[in-house]
Design a protein around this ligand. Structure first.
Ligand SMILES: Nc1nc2c(ncn2[C@@H]2O[C@H](COP(=O)(O)OP(=O)(O)OP(=O)(O)O)[C@@H](O)[C@H]2O)c(=O)[nH]1
Ligand SMILES: [Mg+2]
Length: 379
């Protein structure tokens, strides 16, 4: 049903420079995305245009060049560093006679490959169907075959296209219902945690920043951590004990990326809610990335989208062994820790993260005591 690339495919990357300042980084990121999806990249076709071409996105001349490159390298999929409209994707597929994937399709593909948990799988399927539903339009000849008579809606004359649309809606509804149930369960778990006054801390950040590595270090766990994009999809929570303050529940979450497909953000709502409901966010940053400021911005954008922008946040500059920074911390004008420099690899600065959590815990306790005192005064 899904016309998308699968692992192991020989691929040609296609990227147009529209004059954005972070063009090189975005192309490098696409390369990493394709490798993370298990593709073998044969070559990259690049070009410059003032704006996209309506029919082929890259223009017909470039499209011909791409067709030749694909034939020469025997590649089976063309991966675009942009989001294509459904009609552009279709036009290109016809011209190239091969599969065409855009950035969103590629990210969805990686998520589909990685989904492990029951909930993760449901979320990915929902995102795929939402994405597909925008692409089910006239012109998909294989979907448009007439089934029986002519043109009576809902009856035997219904077109394949309408049937597919209806099936899609039914499945989407089913998935939403199942996910809602799981969401309620998560809510219950969270409430019982809140009642037991255990502080919850979520690790958030750009994909490949080192969240899972830090999580493993702090909780002595064996969560999958790897040099690939979106290594983590499912939220894992572990209780850890901080001698100065007591138990804390730490959660490792899915990484973010520039232009994270909206369908994914929506479908992963329940997982991402963990971050929105946390008492504290540790925003993990790859301090050695040439694009780190942009990545911080993109993460904050997604946090806003999921309603987590109000949660207190501490910036954790990780991988200082690569960037040459010294371990240490910085405080804001209220005396609160706002930035920490660490290396999950060498362990440098990691005790500072425990200090961050202990200090935050202390503040939460003081706040709770204040509220009780106020309530007592009123009574
Ligand atoms: N040199 C160095 N490498 C690190 C450090 N922290 C993590 N890494 C490496 O960076 C890569 C990504 O680490 P992960 O912990 O999987 O990153 P993540 O943020 O969980 O990534 P996603 O789950 O894909 O979003 C792995 O190869 C780690 O070994 C560090 O402090 N220094
Ligand atoms: Mg991870």
């Amino acid at each position: 049903m899904f016309d998308r690339p699968s692992g192991g495919d020989a691929a040609v990357l296609v990227s147009l420079d529209f004059g954005e300042p972070d063009y090189e980084e975005s192309l490098e990121e696409l390369r990493q995305l394709a490798i993370s999806a298990g593709m073998r990249i044969h070559t990259t076709v690049e070009g410059r245009r003032p704006k996209p071409d309506a029919k082929y996105f890259i223009g017909s001349g470039k499209a011909e060049e791409l067709a030749i490159a694909m034939k020469a390298t025997e590649s089976r999929v063309a991966v675009f560093n942009h989001d294509l409209s459904p009609s552009q994707q279709r036009n290109l597929e016809r011209l190239l006679e091969c599969r065409v994937a855009d950035r969103t399709g590629l990210i969805l593909d990686i998520f589909a490959q990685r989904a492990q948990s029951h909930e993760g799988k449901l979320q990915v399927e929902l995102a795929q169907l939402e994405h597909l539903s925008t692409r089910l339009v006239r012109g998909w000849t294989h979907l448009e075959r007439q089934k029986g008579g002519i043109g009576v809606r809902g009856g035997p004359g219904e077109t394949q296209l309408e049937l597919d649309r209806r099936m899609l809606r039914v499945r989407v509804k089913q998935l939403r219902e199942k996910l809602d149930k799981l969401k309620q369960q998560r809510g219950m778990q969270r409430r019982s945690r809140k009642r037991s006054q255990v502080m919850s801390v979520s690790l958030v950040g750009y994909t490949n920043a080192g969240k899972s590595t830090i999580f493993n270090r702090l909780t002595q766990s064996g969560v999958y951590a790897a040099d690939q994009l979106f290594a983590t999809l499912d939220t894992t929570s572990r209780k850890m004990f901080i001698p100065e303050s007591g138990p804390v529940v730490l959660s490792d979450t899915v990484g973010f990326i520039k232009h994270l497909p909206h369908a994914l953000v929506e479908a992963f709502g329940a997982t991402l809610e963990e971050a929105a409901q946390a008492d504290l966010l540790l925003h993990i940053v790859d301090s050695a990335s040439s694009n780190r400021d942009e990545q911080i911005l993109q993460v904050n954008r997604v946090l806003e989208e999921i309603g987590a922008s109000q949660v207190p946040q501490v910036l954790v500059l990780n991988q200082i062994d690569r960037s040459g920074l010294e371990p240490g911390l910085e405080r804001d004008e209220y005396g609160r820790i706002c930035k920490v420099r660490v290396s999950a690899k060498t362990g440098a600065g990691l005790p500072l993260l425990r200090q961050v959590m202990a200090e935050h815990q202390q503040r939460l306790i003081e706040k709770a005591l204040e509220q009780t005192a106020q309530a007592d005064a009123v009574a």
